[in-house]
Design a binder for this molecule. Structure first.
Ligand code: HEC
Ligand code: HEC
Length: 324
């Protein structure tokens, strides 16, 4: 009888059989080790990109909600809010206030709950409450993204000399302003730098030194993605930085920057003769100067929201504000 062609694979010797078996097991182990090693690398890369995305999202949230007080570069604004992008903040601050946890916990706690009572009388406003768990406008994951973003300044801040530390700057002299006034040397560069940072972070409609940041081309009123949800617009366009949606506007309770919007529906229809609530709120968003709420300043609310939202999105926001 002829042997089949694959008989060349027959192994007769029992020793050779055992040897082959061991080889196969070893090869299996090597393969598993190799996969484990590459998987770790893959996971690391994924963690890094996940953290990077969190910082990126934090950056847009910061520009929309925090930059008006803390400055676009986090270096604070005289009389308005302290520097966070500061060597002192990263190396000394929590010791000085007697906080025993980590800086991360300190930053998270401050953003989450705000500082309802002023620690220092140096600032005109209080630090608002941000987490929606305690009545603020942001979700907890957004608070975490902001924490990541603020802590991301550590390397830059620790490279500052004591003289460069913007925090020190405030302590030395409140009259010495950062170069945010057009008369200061370095003002033009500062503005160009701030605009570049805003654009890199995808900011929309921020005016710095009278120059509007370019609107990014993607993500904005994206037809394919459909209109953005009103509550997201309220956070991402910075409305939440100036308006409290969870508090009522009364003679006793006023918003620190813009009117509280909790009870907007009660008075929106009677603000302007001949304008119903929808018309009035729509106009308040696209043309805030048309009617200035008594007790507030004209020109504070950005004038270019009509360019930043589609008509559908504005309509959605109007309905949401009136039904909230
Ligand atoms: C209306 C102005 C204002 C806005 C908007 C604002 N802050 Fe503040 N923030 C302050 C003031 C004022 C303080 C100092 C409070 C104090 O010490 O009494 C402060 C303090 C802080 C601190 C602690 C600083 C320290 O050294 O103790 C952090 C962190 C912080 N803010 C982060 C943020 C973030 C993130 C946002 C945006 C979500 C934000 N702030 C929005 C005014 C503001
Ligand atoms: C930099 C601060 C600031 C930002 C950001 C801001 N507002 Fe305002 N807003 C104000 C001020 C100040 C007023 C009152 C003066 C006025 O009527 O123009 C106001 C008025 C309003 C009113 C009229 C309220 C009333 O009681 O009649 C509405 C509605 C409103 N804003 C909605 C929004 C929405 C929606 C956004 C985001 C798309 C927004 N605002 C962003 C500061 C701001």
């Amino acid at each position: 009888m002829r042997k089949p062609w694959y008989s060349i694979f027959y192994v007769k010797s029992p020793i050779a059989k055992i040897g082959l078996g061991i080889l196969a097991v070893l090869a299996g182990i090597v393969l598993v080790l190799f996969l484990m090693a590459t998987e770790n690398k893959r996971m690391d890369a994924q963690t890094a990109s996940w953290e990077g995305r969190s910082i990126e999202k934090g950056a847009s949230l910061f520009i929309a909600n925090c930059a008006s007080c803390h400055g676009l570069d986090g270096k604070g604004l005289p009389v308005v809010a302290p520097a966070l992008n500061s060597r002192y903040f990263f190396s000394q601050r929590i010791d000085d206030v007697g906080f025993t946890g980590s800086l991360k916990q300190y930053v998270k706690g401050t953003i989450h709950s705000g500082r309802p009572s002023k620690v220092s009388t140096q600032w005109v406003n209080i630090m608002p409450t941000w987490s929606n768990q305690v009545g603020g406008p942001l979700r907890e994951d957004q608070v975490d993204q902001l924490v990541d973003f603020v802590l991301n300044w550590e390397e830059e801040a620790m490279a500052q000399t004591p003289e460069e530390d913007p925090w020190q700057f405030f302590q030395d002299s409140l009259s010495k302003q950062l170069p945010y006034s057009p008369d200061e040397p370095g003002y033009d560069e500062k503005v160009a730098e701030a605009i570049a940072a805003a654009e890199a972070a995808g900011a929309v409609g921020y005016e710095i030194g009278g120059v509007a940041a370019e609107a990014p081309t993607e993500g904005e009123g994206d037809a394919a993605a459909g209109p953005r949800a009103p509550e997201d617009l309220f956070a991402s366009l910075g409305c939440a930085g100036c308006h409290n949606i969870n508090a009522d506007q009364t003679d006793e309770s006023k918003g620190p920057v813009g009117p509280n919007l909790g009870n907007l529906a009660d008075h929106a229809g009677s603000r302007v003769d001949g304008e119903d609530a929808e018309t009035y709120v729509h106009q308040s968003i696209v043309d805030p100067g048309a009617f200035v709420v008594p007790g507030y300043m004209n020109g504070v609310m950005p004038q270019n929201f009509a360019d930043q939202m589609s008509e559908d999105e504005i309509q959605g926001l109007v309905e949401w504000l009136l039904s909230h």
